[in-house]
Design a protein around this ligand. Structure first.
Ligand SMILES: C[S@@+](CC[C@H](N)C(=O)[O-])C[C@H]1O[C@@H](n2cnc3c(N)ncnc32)[C@H](O)[C@@H]1O
Length: 395
């Protein structure tokens, strides 16, 4: 069987992810699948249009597709996958939305779909292709100018134990062994190896909860095709796409401060390195990186820099995920608790997309002024738009 057929066969028999289908909206908010958040994160300001076209490439059972449809109600979402069984579940999950279309096809053939897409999501897929470069190039060709792509691929360093177990199962399963046989062998290995075993410990510490489900266990350990990356090979892949790297969508992990904050001179030295060398340094110092999640963009990509003058003129929109609203204690976009003062609540309450930051501050003076506004921006509590009526800032 060729690689694509083997991968298809795996996901026909074990559709992924195995999350139950519900009639209620998806839980919480995932900003990476919101066009206005992705745009604000990558380019500093809200997008001009929300009636965009989204592609979910390799949608599986549609867990991500559901967020894309729910969080971008004015967009149309096309979701494709190789596996008919996965698509059948995705169809059930997304039937409550009128803006989703599903199709069984390989992402290598996306060129056959009409037109371009403004936002492409491809999570957990490219690393299962025989030739991820060809897959990424096919997707890149469908990304509209000014469009953004969100990708997730596996990291080699943090999957070291997983890859050893995959190989061990392969040896015991032999070529002709079924996936079910591989599943049985894998489960038995984890039951048999000593508690102190490094592979067992990694499983217990990081993965055991999700791997209770057979589909997750097979996806992780009985996998038939997986190419993992390090920072150097990841950027080789990205360079082949011809797109621009816009940043990791888990930026906290990639902060030198997180690792070296107790030695400011080392932070300074690390931050003076060029971006790729700095990222490599971070993964060498914290090799727990099991995946890379990031945005790419197709030029033109104008980044808005919010100098103080420009920030005062910006139109402010309160983020739609702040619920229930109004409240002084909230979860931010990464589900961290944030406590707001009464004035901050009043300020955010006024962020209706029609008033400027300066006007809002005049009505609701915050103790640290723009510094407090920047803090709210870091917590994704508001989004900014250029006020095209405001006098242009002198350069
Ligand atoms: C690990 S699942 C990820 C599903 C989903 N993106 C998610 O994150 O929940 C990988 C999915 O990619 C699909 N897939 C693998 N190769 C593909 C290809 N060449 N074209 C389209 N889908 C593919 C598989 O069928 C499977 O449903």
């Amino acid at each position: 069987m060729d690689i694509t057929r083997s991968v298809q066969d795996l996901y026909e028999r074990f559709p992924f992810p195995p999350d139950p289908v519900t009639q209620t909206p998806p839980p919480g908010w995932n900003w990476r699948w919101s066009w206005s958040f992705a745009h604000s994160f990558c380019l500093g300001r809200r997008p001009r249009h929300e009636d965009i076209r989204i592609l979910d490439a390799g949608c599986g059972t549609g867990v991500g597709t559901e967020y894309l449809a729910y969080q971008n109600p004015r967009a149309t979402v096309t979701a494709i996958d190789l596996s008919a069984a996965s698509l059948a579940v995705a169809r059930q999950r997304c039937e409550k939305f009128s803006n989703v279309e599903l199709a069984q096809m390989t992402l290598l053939d996306v060129g056959q779909l009409e037109g371009g897409f403004d936002f492409i999501n491809c999570v957990g897929v490219l690393h299962h292709l025989e030739d991820p470069v060809a897959g990424l190039r096919a997707l890149a060709d469908k990304l509209a100018p000014g469009g953004l792509m969100h990708l997730f691929v596996y990291g080699e360093l943090g999957r070291w134990e997983i890859r050893l177990m995959q190989e061990a199962i392969r040896l015991l399963r032999a070529e002709s062994g079924s996936l079910e046989n591989g599943l049985r062998i894998g489960r038995e290995l984890f039951n048999t190896l000593p508690e102190s075993n490094r592979l067992v410990q990694a499983e217990r510490e990081r993965w055991v909860l999700e791997n209770r489900d057979d589909a997750c266990f097979v996806d992780m350990y009985v996998q038939v095709q997986e190419i993992c990356y390090t920072i150097p090979t990841l950027f080789e892949l990205i360079d082949h796409s011809g797109l621009t790297f816009m940043g990791f969508s888990n930026p906290n992990f990639w902060s030198t401060e997180r690792l070296l904050g107790r030695a400011p001179w080392l932070v300074e030295q690390a931050d003076s390195l060029d971006m790729r060398t700095r990222l490599r340094l971070i993964e060498l110092l914290d090799p727990s990186v099991s995946h890379y999640e990031f945005f790419l963009g197709r030029p033109p990509l104008a980044m808005t820099q919010w100098t103080d003058t420009r920030l005062l003129d910006a139109l402010a929109h309160r983020s739609p995920y702040l619920k229930p609203w109004p409240a002084q204690q909230l979860f931010d976009h990464e589900y961290e608790v944030v406590n707001l003062s009464e004035t901050e609540v009043a300020f955010l309450d006024g962020c209706n997309g029609r008033r400027s930051v300066g006007a809002l501050l005049a009505d609701h003076p915050l103790p640290e002024g723009l510094a407090d506004v920047r803090k709210m921006l870091r917590h994704f509590m508001l989004q900014l738009d250029l006020d095209l009526q405001a006098p242009a800032e002198a350069h």
